[in-house]
Design a protein around this ligand. Structure first.
Ligand SMILES: Nc1ncnc2c1ncn2[C@@H]1O[C@H](COP(=O)(O)OP(=O)(O)OP(=O)(O)O)[C@@H](O)[C@H]1O
Ligand SMILES: [Mg+2]
Length: 255
């Protein structure tokens, strides 16, 4: 598989130490090793896709990076700052926003009230980035504006996904971690959401770590990607190289 690279080349490259970097990350649930010595770099201002089948360790990776799960070993850095072992709150303050699986909106609150909660974190954080306003989020996702006074429980799956992404953006993150944003959504909605992400990366320099089972769609907007299998990195490369690797696609990417 020609897309396989020696992890050590990433470790040795000083320039790769900016953005989000993890080295040797190992996470276990009791006897289950969900992440096994994972090295990964999400370069600043790029989309990095994390691909792999069910149970590969993708969600565990995001939960570990965002401080929800303590790694057994390894190191996590953002922009050269060591975040290993930091609390989820401190990691959020450092500029990492995690949009978990499942679109957790507060269903009793309106769209706008949900967004205001996101803006609270943005105002509490000293960021190099100017926090976007709720109006900026409405400009990115006009369907949210049309529903701003509606309770969030009345939103469609795609609108909820837009709402949780919008809420995360209001915290003015440097790095956005997204867990399966396309799951269960119509292709048209996925395209819209991915186009917005790509635009934010290109215009604002946002760094995105995009976990997806929908490898084809993810690679269409990603700059680079890693493939996990049973908790280990089995390939990493630029997105075009991964998408063109027939052996890899058939073995791990399902397309
Ligand atoms: N809370 C938990 N307790 C025990 N084992 C867990 C727990 N969460 C995940 N695992 C196990 O860890 C491994 C990695 O799971 P993880 O959820 O990270 O995979 P994933 O790549 O996100 O899969 P999916 O595509 O299905 O979301 C799996 O073997 C899973 O069964
Ligand atoms: Mg998962």
């Amino acid at each position: 598989m020609n897309s396989m690279l020696d992890d050590r080349t990433v470790r040795a490259d000083g320039a790769a130490r900016t953005g989000l970097c993890v080295w040797g990350l190992t996470a276990r649930y009791g006897p289950v090793t969900a992440l096994d010595d994972v090295d990964l770099t999400a370069p600043p201002g790029q989309v990095t896709a994390v691909l792999g089948a069910n149970g590969a360790g993708k969600t565990t990776l995001l939960r570990t990076v965002s401080g929800l799960l303590r790694p057994q070993a390894g190191r996590i850095e953002l922009g050269g700052v060591d975040l290993t072992g930091a609390s989820a709150e401190d990691i959020a303050r450092a500029g990492i926003a995690h949009v978990p699986e499942g679109r957790g909106v507060i269903t009793e609150l309106t769209v706008e009230e949900n967004l205001r909660l996101g803006a609270l974190l943005g105002s509490a954080r000293s960021s190099v980035r100017t926090p976007p306003t709720i109006a900026d989020v409405y400009a990115l996702f006009p369907s949210l504006q049309r529903r701003k006074g509606q309770a969030a429980h009345s939103l469609s799956g795609g609108e909820r996904q837009m709402l949780v992404i919008g809420r995360a953006l209001l915290s003015a993150p440097e790095t956005l971690l997204l867990d399966e944003p396309s799951l269960g959504l119509a292709p048209r909605v996925v395209s819209r959401i991915f186009a917005v992400l790509r635009e934010l990366v290109d215009t604002e320099g946002l760094t995105v770590l995009l976990v997806e089972q929908n490898a084809r769609s993810a690679l269409s907007i990603a700059d680079n990607g890693v493939v996990l299998n049973l908790g280990r990195v089995v390939a990493r490369s630029d997105a075009a190289t991964l998408a063109a690797d027939d052996e890899l696609r058939h073995a791990y990417l399902g397309f």
